[in-house]
Design a protein around this ligand. Sequence first.
Ligand SMILES: Nc1nc2c(c(=O)[nH]1)N[C@H]1C(S)=C(S)[C@@H](COP(=O)(O)OP(=O)(O)OC[C@H]3O[C@@H](n4cnc5c(=O)[nH]c(N)nc54)[C@H](O)[C@@H]3O)O[C@H]1N2
Ligand SMILES: Nc1nc2c(c(=O)[nH]1)N[C@H]1C(S)=C(S)[C@@H](COP(=O)(O)OP(=O)(O)OC[C@H]3O[C@@H](n4cnc5c(=O)[nH]c(N)nc54)[C@H](O)[C@@H]3O)O[C@H]1N2
Ligand code: SF4
Ligand SMILES: [Mo]
Length: 688
Amino acid sequence: MSTPSVVKHSVCALDCPDTCSLLINVDEQGRGSRLRGNPDHPVTRGFLCGKVAKYLDREYSPDRLLYPQKRIGAKGEGKFARISWDEALDTIAARLQAAAAEFGSESILPYSYAGTMGLLNGSGMDRRFFHRLGASRLDRTICSSAGGEALTRSFGIRTTAEPEQFRHSKLIIAWGANVLTTNVHLWPFITEARRNGAKFYVIEPVKKKTGEVADRFFRIHPGTDLALALGMIHVILRENLQDQDYIDRYTNGFAELKSLAAKYTPEYVEGVTGIAREDVELLAREYATTRPAMIRANYGIQRSERGGAAIRAISALPALTGAWREIGGGLQMSTSGGFQFNRANLEMPELQQKSALGREARILNMSELGKVLTEVDNPPVKAMVVYNTNPAAIAPNLNLVRKGLSRPDLFTVVLEQFQTDTADYADVLLPATTFLEHTDLYLAYGHYHLQLARPALDAPGECKSNVEVFRLLAKRMGFDDACFDESEDSMIAGLLRSGHRYLDGITVERLDRERSIRLNIAPEGQPFLPFAEGGFTTRSGKFEFGAGELEYVPPVESRAGDAALRSRYPMELVSSKSHNSMNSTFGNKPDVDDETGFVAIHTADAEARQIRTGDVVRLFNDRGSVTLRAEVDGVVGPGVLYAPSVRWPKLSPGSGGGINTLTSDRLTDMGGGATFYSCLVQIEKCGD
Ligand SMILES: Nc1nc2c(c(=O)[nH]1)N[C@H]1C(S)=C(S)[C@@H](COP(=O)(O)OP(=O)(O)OC[C@H]3O[C@@H](n4cnc5c(=O)[nH]c(N)nc54)[C@H](O)[C@@H]3O)O[C@H]1N2
Ligand SMILES: Nc1nc2c(c(=O)[nH]1)N[C@H]1C(S)=C(S)[C@@H](COP(=O)(O)OP(=O)(O)OC[C@H]3O[C@@H](n4cnc5c(=O)[nH]c(N)nc54)[C@H](O)[C@@H]3O)O[C@H]1N2
Ligand code: SF4
Ligand SMILES: [Mo]
């Protein structure tokens, strides 16, 4: 007998530009039976990606963590015993207090990222708690900080083109943006544009789903986008294709840019990027003469040593051609700058205690976690609270991270939904709710619709939201500040109270009614043209070309980089996103493990090493090694390897390598970002 069901709303909280509006059927017993994309949402448009369409499998998985536990085996071994919430909270409070008393509060480190993009559970009660505690602050650099900093330096505000306007474009360039995998809700707009005659080009080192269906695929050597952009600028200026009026009115530093670009001839750029000189010219000419022209840059480009400069040079292109003037022209990277919240109301930085050393709490870079746990002193990190992230899988230089996590004197708390590699290192492991089970407010980094989600399902077992856990911990620590009692709705109202015109008239009540509200970026029904008439918020009020930091220098870990390193490790490894997982989320599923278990290699490199498709191969460098299955095909060019990521290290064969045992913790040129895609390795066939 089927029970009647109601349809509830939710919002996908995964770290994805699309931030989908969801509908879920819930039966009388409160069980969710069907999840689908909201057909009325202007960007979700009634469909979901494959991984979240099946999210109820994850929601109801027998592997969900349901109770607090304490570790009873060695760190990393994964042996735990159930305890009560009381025991868990008492233990944590006592250990944090002891660390603070002996080593100072800066010996405590929060470690979190965007496992949920919800503002309350991602950067709300937790921030208040750690500020009040006087803990070290975390610089959250693992994903987008190089590109973010580049946009800030060039534009001021991080508002780029609206996805809905792509349908008007006549040329769309996906530049280091794997749209069909990581941003699938942009695709219908691109398809509509193509139906109306637009061309779609892809610039990438790896030919994936998106590259396969492009009108042209330009294979670029990893980490050389800066040189390509400068080459395009060279051609545009040589052929006088720029919009001089736009440049004169709205930009700063043009003369310096022109003189820098002079030496980036198509011939030189071909040598650096591997893209034929005629193609450099074609790209420049078509980009400058097709109207409207749109560039979609996602974050792939900026995960390399010169990633920040590359984004600045690419963002110079629409400023040179005036592409911003047109509907369907410009650049899309992040839209998050449109969400002008009052973050201080949420995070309450004023709660920060001066440390025992009399200074503001120090800031530690999350992309250097290995060093942070093994080298940082005065004080050393003695306690770490991990939530919304799985560093024992996703952080670079993973063997050093594991060395740190294994330290017997480090007290580690992990809030998780599943028994990840990181959970295996916890002293106390707490069961977390999923986004279907708690209230939160969501911005997006791929569109301009603000959304609210209420719990659609009951939390199983003894799972609690991050908000609730930090509330309880604050009480145990004896923090009696009223802010730890603030309700979720009041926290949301505080965020909305910024006085910024983009948020005018948006209230919790309206969000409850409408669920999703387009920011006031333009009058209703009108497209958002962020920079059609300038409007840059840099100090000069103009677009900043910043030529002084755009000279191309090859990444140390690249084919033109450090010669000694290259002689031992000649292959460039790109471990970019896989289709059916979200970083390491969903990594416990066998089909995802299979998808992240291979490495693509070019025929020439395979033949030189007697490697054939299906062979077991080892990738290694000075930092680590990993075992994968080889696939010899046309996905990568010579000298490049592609390993879809991120596989759960504990599911990897052998001693649990994990792709990030290979990646470097060197930082990007701007923003202190991670350089996952600047990584030299060697590959060999494993013994028969
Ligand atoms: N299915 C799926 N979706 C995801 C994710 C996922 O893991 N899986 N992750 C989410 C997250 S956290 C993020 S930040 C976004 C990221 O979204 P994207 O930025 O689109 O994803 P990436 O795979 O990092 O990079 C995009 C493409 O850039 C290519 N690339 C690598 N190096 C270079 C280079 O030097 N130059 C150029 N031109 N291209 C390069 C990669 O091969 C990749 O195909 O996606 C989100 N969505
Ligand atoms: N080699 C390589 N490494 C990479 C990348 C790559 O492309 N290649 N990408 C990098 C990038 S761009 C990013 S953003 C990072 C992402 O790395 P992470 O931030 O670690 O993201 P996930 O792997 O998705 O893990 C998120 C975890 O948060 C948990 N979680 C989800 N919601 C909640 C919640 O509400 N409460 C709590 N307590 N937990 C929750 C999930 O169960 C999951 O285990 O990885 C980086 N690492
Ligand atoms: S992961 Fe992205 S595409 Fe998939 S449902 Fe969530 S927001 Fe939508
Ligand atoms: Mo990311």
